[in-house]
Design a binder for this molecule. Structure first.
Ligand SMILES: [Zn+2]
Length: 288
């Protein structure tokens, strides 16, 4: 989706949210962040960076709107049917393992006592360069951007997050490869990813998020969900903008992207189910 389409869908969801009742009494929403860096990148259209002040405003605004932030264990226990959750439950996640998650997001989460999960690509831990899949990788150096804004987290930063009781670390593949083109590489890559997290960082139960994560393009669901289901992770998240229902495949759980142009109100509209409703309606309309 283009930024314009994403904004338009968010605003349409907001309009529906204002006139119709909440749709999430039996379902749970998960938010997905990437970078939370103070320097808004070299790319003015960068949708993956939500600066720390704005990230904090998202969380505080959602709390004011009546949202309850839950931890991943509560979410999994709810999926298992062993616990109930308060209405308007939401879980916060971060992908890739950026230094700025450790340096800027984690202190905010700690201050507000909000749990979160950080999905880490272990191949890049400690690198001083940007991630190889970062489209602006070659531009930061010339622009003189402080590396803390774009580099992967260091091993020490990862250890620091593990020691932080509000944070759970998850797997996001070792190499962040395109496993649609090479599904045969998936198992070995994930086993290396989780082995490093277990043996070098002492993790036990590990949730997972698919890199790229779009179900209709094969990055999650289907064959990759079947593969991850036997690789000893507790659950797996896609990037499909859908609320989680107890009957969902726990190896293909939806999440909503949080963008820099989102407000607590547009996030609430997504978490109330209206974004999924709009894309479902659009697919129906497009079918004819
Ligand atoms: Zn990723």
């Amino acid at each position: 989706m283009s930024e314009v389409t994403k904004r338009a869908a968010g605003l349409a969801a907001l309009a529906l949210d204002r006139v119709l009742p909440s749709r999430n009494s039996e379902r749970v929403g998960v938010l997905m962040y990437h970078r939370t860096a103070p320097t808004t990148s070299v790319d003015a259209n960068d949708q993956l960076n939500v600066p720390p002040g704005q990230f904090r405003a998202h969380l505080l605004g959602l709390q004011e709107l009546g949202y309850n932030f839950i931890g991943i264990d509560q979410l999994i226990n709810w999926l298992n049917g062993t616990t109930e959750l308060p209405d308007n439950s939401v879980h916060v996640t971060f992908d890739d393992g950026y230094a700025c998650t450790a340096q800027f997001a984690a202190p905010i989460l700690q201050e507000l006592d909000i749990p979160a999960t950080v999905f880490v690509n272990t191949a890049f831990t400690g690198d001083s360069d940007a991630f190889p899949f970062d489209p602006n990788r070659s531009r930061y150096g010339d622009a003189g951007v402080d590396p803390v804004n774009y580099r992967p987290m260091s091993s020490n930063e990862l250890h620091g997050l593990i020691a932080d009781s509000t944070i759970t670390i998850g797997a996001h593949s070792h190499s962040h490869s395109n496993f649609v083109e090479h599904p045969e590489d998936f198992d070995e890559d994930i086993m290396l990813n989780t082995k490093i997290l277990r043996e070098d960082y002492g993790l036990e139960s590990i949730p997972f998020a698919f890199p790229y994560g779009v179900v209709r393009l094969g990055y999650a669901g289907g064959e990759l969900s079947r593969r991850i289901s036997v690789l000893n992770v507790t659950c797996a998240f896609s990037t499909e903008p859908e609320l989680i229902d107890r009957s969902d495949d726990r190896y293909c759980l939806g999440r909503f992207s949080a963008y820099p142009f989102d407000t607590p109100r547009t996030l609430a509209a997504k978490l109330n189910g209206w974004l999924g409703w709009i894309s479902g309606a659009r697919q129906l309309l497009n079918r004819g």
